[in-house]
Ligand binder design. Sequence first.
Ligand SMILES: C[S@@+](CC[C@H](N)C(=O)[O-])C[C@H]1O[C@@H](n2cnc3c(N)ncnc32)[C@H](O)[C@@H]1O
Length: 215
Amino acid sequence: MEEKLNKIRRLYDSVSKEYADAFSGEHEKKPMDREILSRFSREVDNENPVWDLGCGLGQTTNYLKNLGIQASGLDISGQMLDQARRRHPDIHFQQGNILALEFEDSSIAAIISFYAMVHFTKDQVEKAFREIHRVLRPNGLFLFTYHVGEETIRISEFLGKQIDMDFMFFTTDFITGCLTDCGFKQIDTIERDPYPGVEYQSRRAYLFTTKPEGE
Ligand SMILES: C[S@@+](CC[C@H](N)C(=O)[O-])C[C@H]1O[C@@H](n2cnc3c(N)ncnc32)[C@H](O)[C@@H]1O
């Protein structure tokens, strides 16, 4: 497990500059992202703290800031966080692992996680959901995005670098079943086709869910 996480961290450390160049303004080209993030900000209202898990270079954390949500960002890659801090010096970013969050139980008002689990096995996705459920407050909101499908792709090139990494797609049945098993309720999933010429051509899902009261 530790070696697999180190491999993910090394990958994102090695492509952080290229990733930042490629993705920093991406929400401007993705109307559904903007709509979804606006809905998230309305539902979070003024509750805090809010965390962006697997925040990468912080473009989503910053988009939320512009909508009035003071979110903080967490990522396993120190180099991605360096890019995030350089671009968004007024946002708090912290190194950490989604699979072992260093937050108290029931301490977080809302969590967002955009494509952060693309290298996770199904067991790791479940572990991450259990961690997120643990740290969210009752009625806490979780917004999660993923690539829809059944396949696992072995990638040998990413942003011009030679790599060797699995890229996971998940069915919505798997994700919603897993969230339900982990105790989440009120699951609302929105799927869309990829935007041509803007992003990797995979079907996308945005999923809102809530930790019920009394848990
Ligand atoms: C595909 S990128 C997505 C980044 C950003 N959320 C976005 O939408 O551009 C995946 C990110 O998740 C981070 N990540 C992967 N595994 C992680 C873990 N176990 N804990 C924290 N961050 C992780 C990576 O370092 C990387 O920045």
